[in-house]
Design a protein around this ligand. Sequence first.
Ligand SMILES: Cc1cc2nc3c(=O)[nH]c(=O)nc-3n(C[C@H](O)[C@H](O)[C@H](O)COP(=O)(O)OP(=O)(O)OC[C@H]3O[C@@H](n4cnc5c(N)ncnc54)[C@H](O)[C@@H]3O)c2cc1C
Length: 378
Amino acid sequence: MRSVAVVGTSLAGLRAAQELRGRGFDGRLVMIGAEPPYDRPPLSKDFLLGKVSVEDVALAGQDDLDALAAEWHLGVRAEKLSREGVTLGDGTTIAADGYVLATGAVARTLDAARNLSGVHTLRTLDDAVALKAALAAGPSSVVVIGAGFIGAEVASACRLLGHEVTVVEAMPVPLASVLGPRMGAVCGELHAENDVRLSTGVPVAGFAGDGWVTGVRLADGRELPADLVVAGVGARPATEWLTGSGLAVDDGVLVDSGCVTANPRVVAVGDVARYRCPLRGRRVRAEHWTAATEQPGVAVANLLAGSTVTHFARHGYFWSDQYGRRLQFAGVATEDVRIAEGDVAAKRFVATYHRGDVLAGVFAIDSPRPFTRLRRAL
Ligand SMILES: Cc1cc2nc3c(=O)[nH]c(=O)nc-3n(C[C@H](O)[C@H](O)[C@H](O)COP(=O)(O)OP(=O)(O)OC[C@H]3O[C@@H](n4cnc5c(N)ncnc54)[C@H](O)[C@@H]3O)c2cc1C
């Protein structure tokens, strides 16, 4: 393989490039990205709180980027992948022997909020800059739609900045699909304990306002006043540009357990990849920082080998920072949840999930050491 094009130059794309060079690939390396490489987790945490700046979230310094000896096409989108190569928005087509698809995901938006100012999403650095500026303007009431991790972190940051915050969650219990109902409820309590109102079990029906949002309407008829709304309603994989490529796409680029598509010259990594997870026996799109960091090593090894010789068989792991607390989760949630140590009421504990005698998952709040020990046991 004499040339590789990496599409998407954020976490997974950059790691793929580093893996290629680290494994001795000395051919032509082309990096194509709509944005420069930066780290997303701080955007909903320290960046909103003003603790880190735009410069601080860069994923690599110029020296590290130069060391990759790559040809960079930044600020331009890939619009097509075909037999001829990757066609960019500026009309250039780049042909390569191998392709790494790392285009990540795009924030979901709410149709009803289209044409309404004051309704934000948070995925990109531009989103974070805009949200931070809107918060600095001193909104009188903030409504966060969605009590998932991004929504909860934004609510937490807004509260720490002194804003009045309401979180609206359509499901009866926040995060139940990830952590199960019992631990999801514990996370829900964090909001109330920090003077954030949490409304669950009622979906959003629409918005009030003419030009600028003034309220959020719920399906039960209530209207919550809001002059700033943040929709944390998930992300969809950035795959539109792959239409017509012949690759299988279904809620992500479908890849095998080694991150390889049906074409061994094309691999996909990070949030855009829906890989066959050997540990779960089904396809999964991880959407977590650690997977986006670890998958490229496996994918690049397989790309250079020309077939799937190694597999991504690691338990999912993620962390979240809310209201000054560190939440960590690894593995999968089951109905059999046990408190391994600590005090749930004090929100400092480790819980384990079991399937029969087998440890299936670990969840912790503010207990990094026992969490790490139990995660190793997974
Ligand atoms: C606000 C926020 C906070 C988070 N916090 C945590 C956390 O605390 N813990 C955790 O585990 N995970 C967290 N995550 C998730 C983690 O950041 C992602 O899993 C990770 O960024 C995925 O990396 P990626 O490179 O696969 O995708 P992305 O980071 O989405 O990068 C994809 C890149 O591809 C570019 N691109 C897209 N389409 C094209 C195209 N057609 N042509 C060229 N370029 C394109 C995009 O502009 C982007 O730069 C957070 C995510 C967000 C948004």
